[in-house]
Design a protein around this ligand. Structure first.
Ligand SMILES: Cc1cc2nc3c(=O)[nH]c(=O)nc-3n(C[C@H](O)[C@H](O)[C@H](O)COP(=O)(O)OP(=O)(O)OC[C@H]3O[C@@H](n4cnc5c(N)ncnc54)[C@H](O)[C@@H]3O)c2cc1C
Length: 472
């Protein structure tokens, strides 16, 4: 009943970066909140490389010092590599240059509110535990080993349901936040989930000890960057992420169809994909595999809405497209940064209707759409990304996206330009890049080509280089 005092103000499902950071924000503001986490932490998790916009959240939560003391490898930048022989077109067109190497350092662009020129790579077992413990220290109640089975919205106060042994129990709250990650607890229950039938990426990954991270580096300073190695297999790439001085996470991301079509087991697929970059494979063969291969698949989806009366979704619980730009943890953390403000307002007004969460919905909608468009363009035409990152006129605008600053503009100019170029390449069969167009586009939430007449009109006259590109 409405006038009954709830057990907690806010119930949070999931204690990963999204749930833990939201709990920390709310507890810090004096809100009585509870986190239900089905696992006992530490537990392993994919998603080990952060982007610098995470630092704003660490600052807000007084967590930066702990990040420093944990001695996570510092991430100063990113490198993209490709195999020259695999490119049936002139190297000067794609921005990777003749030696197939593109790189950025975060310090090239000053980022408001982020006073460090690096971010971190993290062992997620350790990082997630630290953040959840931090939320607890700030005053959040944390229940580990408790799997939420559903939320009963039938009365004014939602009841978060879970089992203790055979007994089903409920905790009453004023509102619920789903932070259950790709389990999408609430999205499933409320039937809000839309899966992307085209963008069915698949990843296989594990850790290696003693891998020489400089094997494809141009300078020893770049050993601790994230590396994205393009493979000459359609829509396939490898991540190289430092975890400790000795341990490196390596993962192959491909389309599920490539994996299924190969009829090999997953380990063989991993190695045969790696062998397409012989020097990378040779360096990896010299190192020692730690632990079993893990796979993640079929992970692209969105929700018809990410908030409603008495509920919100943060992080992966609300949307997931693809990890190519190492964005997931940052999106989860920043969703909490925006969500907690609307929650504080709702508590103050005692109004938990969807309208109360409008700012959150708009801001996150804008940010994830920008990521989505960026990823879409990237997969449609890989070379365009490296071309833009190496062209000084666009470099800082691309870097801004790579730093995780995607929330302030509805239509970043650089994305509009990229889309317009893709369109031109699509329309000109003689363009040197035309044969490189991939058929992988993310269809579920925007029209396949993502190019409208309005977008083209918007970018008309924004630079001569577009015309250069189509002149063969
Ligand atoms: C192949 C791949 C590579 C990636 N690489 C990167 C990367 O390099 N960098 C990056 O930033 N991101 C990366 N990501 C994304 C990243 O993993 C996620 O975006 C990030 O973990 C999201 O955090 P979250 O808190 O929303 O969800 P999660 O971290 O998944 O946390 C959700 C938590 O909820 C708990 N839970 C689930 N269901 C219930 C329930 N019913 N009751 C109670 N608890 C529940 C889970 O146990 C889990 O601890 C990658 C993802 C994939 C698939």
């Amino acid at each position: 009943m409405e006038h009954q005092k709830p057990d907690f103000e806010v119930g949070i499902i999931g204690g990963g970066p999204g749930g833990a950071s939201l709990a920390a924000y709310l507890a810090k503001a004096g809100v009585k909140c509870i986190v239900f986490e089905r696992e006992l932490f530490p537990r392993p998790h994919v998603g080990e490389s952060l982007v610098p916009s995470s630092t704003r959240v660490f600052n807000d939560l007084g967590f930066l010092e702990q990040m420093e003391s944990a001695k996570f490898p510092r991430k100063f930048g990113a490198v993209w590599t490709a195999n020259e022989q695999a490119r049936p077109y002139a190297a000067e067109w794609d921005g990777l240059g003749p030696d197939c190497h593109a790189e950025v350092r975060f310090e090239e662009r000053a980022q408001p509110g982020v006073h460090k020129n690096y971010t971190y790579h993290v062992d997620r077992g350790k990082f997630d535990l630290m953040l959840l413990q931090h939320a607890h220290k700030l005053g959040a109640t944390v229940c580990e080993g408790v799997r939420v089975s559903g939320v009963d919205f039938s009365s004014q106060q939602p009841s978060v349901r879970f089992n203790v042994g055979p007994k089903e129990m409920g905790i009453n709250v004023r509102m619920v936040v789903d932070a259950s990650g790709r389990q999408t607890m609430l999205g499933n229950q409320l039937k809000l989930k839309v899966k992307d039938p085209m963008f069915d990426q698949f990843a296989i990954h594990t850790w290696f000890g003693g891998f020489d991270r400089n094997s494809l580096a141009k300078s020893s300073e770049q050993g601790d960057y994230i590396y994205i190695h393009f493979l000459p297999i359609s829509n396939t790439w490898v991540w190289q992420i430092p975890i400790t001085d000795d341990i490196t996470s390596i993962g192959v991301v491909t389309q599920k169809a490539n994996f299924a079509g190969s009829k090999q087991d997953r380990e063989k697929f991993f190695w045969s994909a790696l062998e397409t970059r012989p020097s990378l494979a040779a360096a990896l063969r010299k190192s020692e595999q730690i632990g079993k291969f893990k796979e993640e698949g079929d992970y692209s989806y969105a929700m018809k809405q990410i908030c409603g009366d008495r509920f919100m979704m943060v992080g992966d619980a609300g949307r997931f497209v693809d990890p190519i730009f190492s964005t997931g943890v940052s999106i989860a953390l920043n969703s909490s940064r925006f969500a907690h403000k609307d929650i504080l307002g709702a508590l103050e007004r005692n109004d938990f209707s969807r309208e109360s969460f409008q700012n959150f919905e708009k801001t996150i909608g804008r940010g994830t759409k920008n990521w989505y468009d960026f990823i879409n363009v990237y997969y449609r035409l890989n070379v365009l990304f490296t071309y833009f990152i190496t062209d000084r006129r666009y470099r800082l605008d691309v870097l801004k996206l790579l730093q995780g600053d995607v929330y302030d503009e509805a239509q970043p100019e650089v994305l509009a330009k990229m889309r317009a170029m893709v369109s031109k390449v699509e329309q000109n069969p003689k363009h040197p890049w035309h044969g490189l167009l991939n058929d992988l586009t993310t269809h579920a939430f925007t029209p396949a080509a993502s190019i409208t007449d309005q977008m083209l009109a918007d970018v008309a006259g924004m630079g001569e280089r577009d015309d250069d590109l189509v002149a063969v």
